[in-house]
Design a protein around this ligand. Structure first.
Ligand code: ZN
Length: 345
């Protein structure tokens, strides 16, 4: 699976043909090599080496894991090192957060090494998980300032977890659900790191733009648009099912319709009065683990309700606020055929 943080639509608006064409080429390559993955149900007993490696792509488009390209390696014992690069530190915090909140030993629950590349391409306007490693461009400094943002790291890392835990299809409603899960993890980590007593943050990619762009970030969980700019236009993420995007761009609106689910999460946090990274995240994570490849919004909402316990009432109200009616997914014969065919994709 190949998951870009910046959707094609935004790249088209800033006329970035270079990133756009290469994103498509990389995505095509990944689509041809996709394999079904499965996380271990329980962490493998034994030594838990947590290894994260930061590589330098040297402004090429090659992801060469040669020793010569290693900038820094972090192990569990050393990652509080003061000299650690800020880039690796963001992934360290993500790793720890996943372990603490999800109980995951790396994204596959089998201690997979996190491989992170920086300086990918020249002024490359994207960051992505390609099914094997996390890759960051330098940003053009014209529209995009940086992709090294804590929630962007957690967003991409969660795509890796989702790929192993649910195999959610990256199109239509299941794709938007996939995007939503990554945004939830990003925003929960940002709030987890906030000093006690600060207001919750609800913007994904805060600081991603140069001052040229009028915007706070890439997406929001609130009703407020993330950007409203002469070049980019206005952030068009829907926050209610009545505005659901049903076209074919962006894989059927994976980065568009995720706004509806994001808003439901935000709504639930406020209704429940809980910290986003505590009960709400826990409910989401338990629901994610029950999620199947083609699940839609209604099926996911059903999964959350099933594990909501005493917060069920608040959660039902939150889903209602965004126009989603929780409904248990009934598997059709076609679903089984599609799942079978995925193996030969
Ligand atoms: Zn994503």
């Amino acid at each position: 699976m190949h998951c870009n943080i910046i959707p094609d639509d935004v790249l088209k608006k800033i006329k970035d043909k270079h990133t756009l064409e290469n994103s498509e080429a990389i995505r095509d390559f990944r689509a041809a090599t996709v394999v079904l993955k499965k996380a271990s149900k329980v962490p493998i007993p034994g030594d838990h080496d947590e290894v994260r490696v930061l590589y330098d792509a040297h402004n090429s488009m090659l992801l060469n894991e040669n020793e010569a390209n290693i900038i820094e390696v972090d192990y569990e014992q050393e990652h509080r090192n003061e000299d650690s690069s800020p880039e690796l530190e963001m992934f360290d915090k993500t790793y720890d957060f996943f372990k603490q909140k999800l109980g995951m030993e790396s994204y596959d629950n089998r201690d997979a090494i996190w491989k992170i590349f920086q300086h990918f391409g020249i002024q490359y306007n994207n960051a992505f998980w390609n099914g094997r490693c996390f890759v960051f461009g330098d940003a053009d400094q014209v529209f995009f300032r940086t992709f090294w943002i804590q929630d962007v790291c957690a967003h991409e890392a969660m795509h890796a977890v989702t790929e192993y835990v649910t195999q959610l299809q990256y199109k239509g409603q299941s794709g938007a659900l996939n995007e939503h899960i990554s945004d939830v993890m990003g925003i929960c980590l940002v709030n987890f790191l906030l000093p006690e007593g600060e207001q919750w943050k609800w913007v994904i990619g805060e600081g991603i733009w140069t001052p040229q762009i009028q915007g706070k970030g890439l997406r929001t969980f609130t009703l407020e648009p993330a950007y409203d700019d002469p070049i980019l236009g206005k952030d068009g993420q829907p926050k209610h099912m009545k505005d659901l995007y049903v076209g074919i761009k962006d894989n059927g609106g994976v980065h568009i319709n995720s706004g509806i689910l994001n808003h439901a999460f935000y709504d639930f946090v406020y209704r429940s009065g809980k910290k986003p990274f505590e009960e709400p995240l826990n409910i989401w994570w338990r629901a994610i683990q029950k999620t199947k490849a083609f699940d839609d919004f209604a099926a996911f909402a059903w999964n959350t309700i099933e594990v909501a316990g005493e917060l069920r009432e608040y959660l039902e109200a939150a889903w209602k606020d965004v126009g989603i009616v929780p409904k248990k997914k009934n598997w059709t014969f076609m679903d089984f055929i599609k799942l079978f065919l995925m193996r030969f994709h």
